[in-house]
Design a protein around this ligand. Structure first.
Ligand code: N01
Length: 542
């Protein structure tokens, strides 16, 4: 475990404590700190948790693991690092990912510039001083020329309140804040509410241990098998010998990781060929499954064919036909909600100690002292686990009081996020976001998107320094165009049709706007590089 470090005030002649304050010590914040240090800039991280790791620090629920292959879901910025780290499994579990984060922290001696257990509550911009004042949960404030929010896209839990919660006499847990010491569920009557990635991993893992498990499903999920395995020494050596090429090819895809070749239109193949292709992808497993046909997210017929394929797979796996039908998603296009990657999720419903409650036919009425009332019955539980997701993409940023003197960012984003390139927002100078809304972020391998953003931001700061400039802000019209571009691109696809967290639809009252950039990390990287080369076109530098 890394230890907390008190902020080491630099009291720079320019009147600020640090050149840069970074918020968050997840994978984005750690790389950003390392990069700024290499550039000779003073930087400090404030982190709410008492350790590094971000997502992998908080999400300790049973069965938590990554859904992009570990060899690619890892930093590529230092060949020595990628050569020395030995991933054990194709999809690393949470403890291994946290160990990796700690290794990176120690390897680059990052902890000395991190204040742990310190939440950033408020950011206030002073345009005369050209600095941000950062107020933290320890009652202190720090000034910085620039602030970089490395706050993550899925870091603000959504914790809906259910009537009667306060009456429940058993134990309640949230997957996103699961106790680090674990919970003894053996023999207990357990409820899980939510069937997204966190829910299905939890359900699959705890089913053999609990006395009885009842799953409360509001919307069924499309899941593709992971076919997780241990990584052999031979496979590890093969990848490491070709790492540069593998990383390069991954970056040339829309999603930032390697997948079996696709690039065919559904309309150009026969149904038999289409089924054969899906069989191969199913056998390989993982998120690459849905990228066989270029038009799967544009063409309803193509989408329905792939969705039907998965529904038939679910029917094959689940013995009880009624339960199988309840588990088959029919109300949204496949891949318009984030696909899940599973290891025996559907088979879990063949166990005698597992039941499914469909909340569409039996609505959740309230939580009682002893259990949950649904429809016209009450089910008793010892433990309730909520796997209800996150206030995605804007939640962490909006949870801070970010002020520019006349407006808060929260007010500005009241009707959805407004950014230029997902990197900055007009009216909030010198405040960068890593994997912000309207960048590819959650539609990609996050590690690729993180590295692309950190590299871009670092280069921008280096260029500002070199030219003696100290202020950068996107122009209003450039932002307006980018907001339109991201919305228009999303509207060309089937993605806005789902009630997804991409759309903010899981948060009552949140404006429904498709938040990620759907154009792909490859195209996006060209755009932001082009903007930089064109003297930061669309930004005002002073
Ligand atoms: O959250 P989710 P998650 N009453 O929003 C249900 C990443 N991730 O934490 O679909 C009843 O997907 C909700 O129902 P509905 C990954 O990007 C990755 O599981 O809104 N039910 C849904 O079933 C993922 O997409 C991994 O109708 C309620 C569930 O709760 C993202 O994080 C692992 C409800 C929430 O599912 C989020 O995943 C984990 C209510 N009031 C997470 N409110 C990997 O494998 C919500 N639900 C890497």
């Amino acid at each position: 475990m890394t230890t907390s470090a008190a902020p080491d005030r630099h009291n720079k002649p320019g009147g600020v404590d640090y050149d840069v304050v970074i918020i968050g010590a997840g994978f984005a914040g750690m790389y950003q700190l390392h990069k700024l240090r290499q550039m000779g800039m003073s930087a400090h991280i404030f982190e709410t948790g008492d350790d590094v790791g971000g997502t992998w620090y908080w999400n300790r629920y049973p069965g938590a693991r990554v859904d992009i292959e570990s060899m690619e879901y890892s930093y590529s910025f230092d060949d020595a690092l990628q050569q020395e780290w030995r991933w054990k499994e194709r999809y690393a579990p949470q403890p291994e990912l946290l160990e990796y984060a700690r290794h990176v922290c120690d390897r680059y001696d990052l902890a000395r510039d991190i204040s742990f257990s310190t939440r950033v509550n408020k950011l206030a911009w002073d345009d005369d001083a050209r600095s941000w004042t950062v107020s933290t949960s320890d009652g202190k404030s720090t000034t910085a020329r620039y602030v970089i929010a490395a706050t993550g896209c899925l870091s603000r839990p959504s914790e809906p309140t259910f009537e009667g919660m306060e009456d429940f006499r058993g134990e309640m847990y949230w997957t996103s804040r699961y106790p680090r010491e674990g919970v003894d569920l053996s023999g207990k009557r357990v409820a899980v509410i939510g069937t997204g990635s966190s829910g299905i991993q939890t359900i699959t893992t705890i089913a053999p241990e609990v006395g009885h498990l009842t799953v409360f499903q509001r919307t069924p999920t499309f899941a593709v098998p992971a076919h997780n395995t241990r990584i052999s020494d031979q496979r590890d050596a093969e990848i490491k010998a070709n790492y540069d090429e593998i990383r390069r090819l991954g970056r040339e895809t829309t999603v930032g990781f390697n997948q079996p070749p696709g690039n065919v239109m559904f309309a150009d193949v026969s149904p038999e060929q289409a089924r054969e292709d899906l069989d191969k992808r199913w056998a390989r497993g993982g998120l690459g499954f849905s990228f066989g046909f270029e038009d799967v997210l544009f063409e309803p017929v193509a989408n329905e064919f792939v969705a039907d394929y998965v529904r038939n797979r679910i029917r094959e796996k689940v013995k009880d036909p009624q339960t199988a039908e309840l588990l088959c998603p029919t109300s949204y296009p496949i891949a318009s909600k984030r696909m899940c990657v599973d290891t025996g999720y559907f088979e879990t419903y063949n166990r005698d100690n597992v039941d499914l409650v469909d909340l569409q036919t039996e609505p959740l009425k309230r939580i009682t002292e002893t259990g949950i009332r649904v429809g016209s019955r009450e089910i008793e539980f010892d433990v309730i686990i909520f796997a209800t997701g996150f206030d995605a993409m804007t939640g962490a940023l909006n949870s801070m009081d970010i002020r520019n003197g006349t407006q808060t960012l929260r007010e500005k984003w009241n009707h959805g996020p407004r950014t230029y390139l997902g990197l900055m927002s007009h009216g909030f100078p010198n405040l960068f976001m890593v994997t912000g809304p309207q960048s590819p972020s959650v539609l990609s391998n996050m590690m690729v998107s993180i590295e692309d953003h950190v590299d871009w931001i670092s280069q921008a700061l280096s260029d500002l320094n070199a030219s003696g400039q100290t202020r950068i802000e996107p122009a209003a019209d450039a932002e307006e165009n980018w907001v339109h571009t991201t919305n228009d691109l999303a509207n060309l696809t089937l993605m806005p049709q789902a009630n997804s967290w991409y759309m903010g639809a899981n948060i009552p009252g949140k404006e429904r706007v498709f938040m990620p950039f759907v154009g792909g990390v490859d195209t996006y990287a060209q755009i932001i590089t082009g903007v930089r080369v064109a003297n930061y076109h669309g930004f005002e530098l002073t």
